[in-house]
Design a protein around this ligand. Structure first.
Ligand SMILES: *Cc1c(COP(=O)(O)O)cnc(C)c1O
Length: 374
């Protein structure tokens, strides 16, 4: 394989396939998948995963964060629909059309700006704000439908669909369920008003990973599947109908092994001082790889099948861990930073964030490599 083993991430496509296959079983007939591949597939490397989705899984709908990512997908030979979920400056309207990308349309003024700059038709999905309060037409359902109708009537703009985004479909409280159902009701009311007004929509979509997994927003034409495809939970506090398989195994190498005496200070700031004679290993990964510094004195790595606790602060490119119980460890051994069990959700729980942020934060200097190409 064509990469240097210092700190790398192994990507298992059979896990992607498993997660997608199991997830599809949860969707009602008539709901198709839109694969959310923004942020380089949540840090997993879109160039490894996206072609597989099209060629092996028959994916026809993709969602990205920006125009750059959309053009990148076209460069990979992706021929299906690509929706930009975020904002693109109106001056790029000709590029959006040239690459046959669908732009999320935040409101009427944006549609008019796109229209002014367009050279040809710009395809859009109208964003409907039903309670996320991020992007989308705002106001009562009647006002929203009226604004969307004006977007549909804007020259050079083809309103092909509408969508909204759940804020709390992964929540564990009854109030979260109530809010999510309120969002869905609002959304379908806007859709019905548009339909009654004679506006034909190819798509009206509302489900994210959690929405699809927990059965919210039935009637959505698409489920925008993100985090569960990568084998992580929308929220680990809320069980899923199936156990997704984490797609990434993150690895580094043992660079040095040594015994230290009791009372030895380890790493920057001397936040760890040994209370006994112990064996330490140095690992070739650090926060410049995206390994959180917040795991200092907290995280663990797996070496030779055993969990080893991090000692002292995580440095930019290295950190130390306790390997006293590993008699055979030597430099050059592999150290697992993250695997299916000790996964991104686990690291996130230790550092007060979410699995999404952990995998998205793995830096570009970490090569992503395929370990299974089914
Ligand atoms: C990121 C995103 C998704 C995917 O969310 P997951 O929780 O990863 O499934 C879906 N829809 C929109 C609008 C998004 O921004």
């Amino acid at each position: 394989m064509d990469y240097i083993k210092r700190c790398w991430a192994e990507i298992d496509l059979s896990a992607v396939e498993y997660n997608v296959t199991e997830y599809k079983k949860l969707l009602p007939a008539g709901t198709e998948l839109m694969y959310v591949v923004k942020a380089a597939c949540y840090g997993h490397d879109d160039s490894l995963i996206v072609p597989f989705l099209q060629e092996k899984l028959g994916a026809e709908y993709f969602a990205v964060a920006d125009l750059d990512e959309a053009i990148r997908l076209r460069g990979m030979g992706i021929s299906g629909d690509i929706l930009i979920l975020g904002y693109t400056l109106p001056e790029y309207a000709p590029l959006i059309a040239k690459h046959n990308v669908i732009q999320a349309c935040t409101d009427l003024s944006y549609a008019r700006e796109l229209s002014k700059n367009a050279e040809g038709t710009v395809r859009v999905h109208g964003a409907v704000d039903t309670g996320m309060t991020r992007i989308g037409v705002h106001g009562t359902a009647e006002e929203q439908a009226a604004e969307l109708s004006e977007i549909a009537a804007t020259p050079n703009i083809a309103l092909e669909g509408i969508f909204t985004h759940f804020s709390s479909a992964d929540g564990t409280a009854q109030a979260d369920d109530d809010y999510t159902n309120m969002q869905a009701e609002r959304f379908f009311r806007v859709r019905d008003l548009l339909t009654a007004g004679g506006i034909e929509l190819k798509h009206a979509h509302i489900k994210n990973s959690a929405g699809g997994a927990y059965g919210f927003g039935e009637g959505s034409t698409l489920a925008r599947l993100g985090i569960i495809m990568y084998g992580l939970y929308p929220d680990p506090a809320k069980p899923l109908p199936f156990e997704p398989k984490p797609v990434m195994t993150w690895k580094a190498v043992v660079s040095q092994v040594k015994w230290i005496d009791a009372g030895t200070a380890v790493s920057y700031g001397r936040t760890f001082v040994s209370d006994r004679r112990m064996k330490l290993a140095t690992i070739t990964a650090g926060y410049a790889d995206g390994y959180p510094r917040a795991l200092s004195n907290k995280g663990e790595v797996i070496i030779g099948g055993k969990r080893c606790r991090i000692c002292g602060r995580v440095c930019m490119d290295q950190f130390m861990c306790d390997v006293t119980d590993l008699p055979d460890i030597r430099s050059g051994d592999e150290a697992i930073l993250m695997d299916a069990e000790m996964n991104a959700d686990h690291l996130a729980a230790l550092t007060g964030t979410i699995g999404y942020e952990i995998t998205c934060g793995i830096s570009p200097r970490v090569p992503r490599v395929l370990i299974h190409n089914s």
